[in-house]
Design a binder for this molecule. Structure first.
Ligand code: GLU
Length: 293
């Protein structure tokens, strides 16, 4: 499915696993949903290894990703994009955001943030859809004050102000969320806040930044992923606007759950694709299991 590189496919999607565990049925479902969509559209399916979490990423899990996806019948163009090789690209994006004046250095520890969240003068505790919303303790610190170990955060209010009246919209095709969505600034302040984008001292990038930069670099037209990531879409859309990147269509699919209705965790090796493979199941058996739940 490599296609003719000189005429970009009008449907390019990707599967972007983090090699921090064995792929389980939920990952397989996500990968196959993207693969099937690419096949149906006559488009391209790309693989991206999201291995920027160096403390957790392991080469043996990356090898297992290639093996499991190939076993399930998928192919992808080589070389595969590995995020750990692109730190300078993310650093350049971070610098661009810094140039726009929408970042600040943050020296708060996790404990500081939790303490601020529970302090009455800070108002009601703010736990958003993706964990604690940063209370803004370091907001207003200038980038020249950035010290070793500081995280770089997006100043959401400044970013929104910079974009002014510009209306940010995006299209979603996942059955449960289909339609055109519009950036809701108040909801973003409540649910997401000033996210971490990376660190300058060690050229580290955080998920929101690397995913947006790489979707653009890979020419992704359709982001297909689980609905656990649905609420990250507004921040991705905002970063695309700030960085002047093309806007894909999103498709968030439902998550596979176990018999008790709980989301499958990566640590649950009982549901690992490899476990089924070693138990003698065929790729067709496993596909049936995923699409029947
Ligand atoms: N690497 C992310 C994960 O494994 C997926 C990123 C995405 O699809 O946007 O959850």
């Amino acid at each position: 499915m490599t296609g003719d590189r000189t005429t970009p496919a009008n449907f390019i999607t990707r599967f972007a696993p983090s090699p921090t565990g064995l792929l389980h049925l939920g990952h397989g479902f996500s990968a196959l949903t993207a693969w099937d969509a690419a096949q149906a559209a006559g488009g391209e399916f790309l693989l991206r290894i999201e291995d920027i979490d160096i403390a957790r990423a392991r080469p043996e899990y990356e090898a297992a990703i290639y093996e499991d996806l190939a076993w399930l019948g998928m192919t992808w163009p080589e070389p595969v994009l590995r995020q750990s090789e692109r730190l300078s690209v993310y650093a350049a994006a971070l610098e661009k955001l810094e140039g726009l004046g929408v970042t600040y250095p943050c020296r708060c520890t996790r404990a500081d943030i939790h303490a601020a969240l529970s302090a009455p003068q800070e108002g009601a505790a703010h736990i958003g859809s993706h964990g604690a919303v940063y209370p803004g303790t370091c907001r207003g610190r200038a980038m020249v004050e950035c010290g070793p170990g500081d995280a770089i955060r997006l100043d959401l209010d400044r970013a929104l102000a910079l974009l002014g009246e510009q209306e940010l919209t995006w299209r979603e095709t996942g059955a449960a969320h289909a339609g055109t969505h519009k950036l809701d600034c108040d909801a973003m302040r409540q649910q997401i806040g000033d996210v971490v984008l990376g660190r300058k001292d060690i050229s580290a990038a955080a998920y929101h930044l690397s995913v947006v930069v790489d979707d653009a670099a890979q020419g992704i037209t359709h982001v297909i992923r689980g609905e656990d990531l649905l609420e990250t879409t507004p921040i991705h859309r905002l970063l695309q606007a700030l960085l002047d990147l093309p806007v894909p269509v999103w498709h968030h699919h439902a998550l596979i759950r176990d018999a008790a209705g709980k989301r499958l965790a990566k640590r649950n090796d009982a549901c690992a694709i490899r476990t089924y493979r070693e138990a003698g199941r065929t790729p067709e058996d496993v596909r049936r299991m995923m699409f029947a739940t």
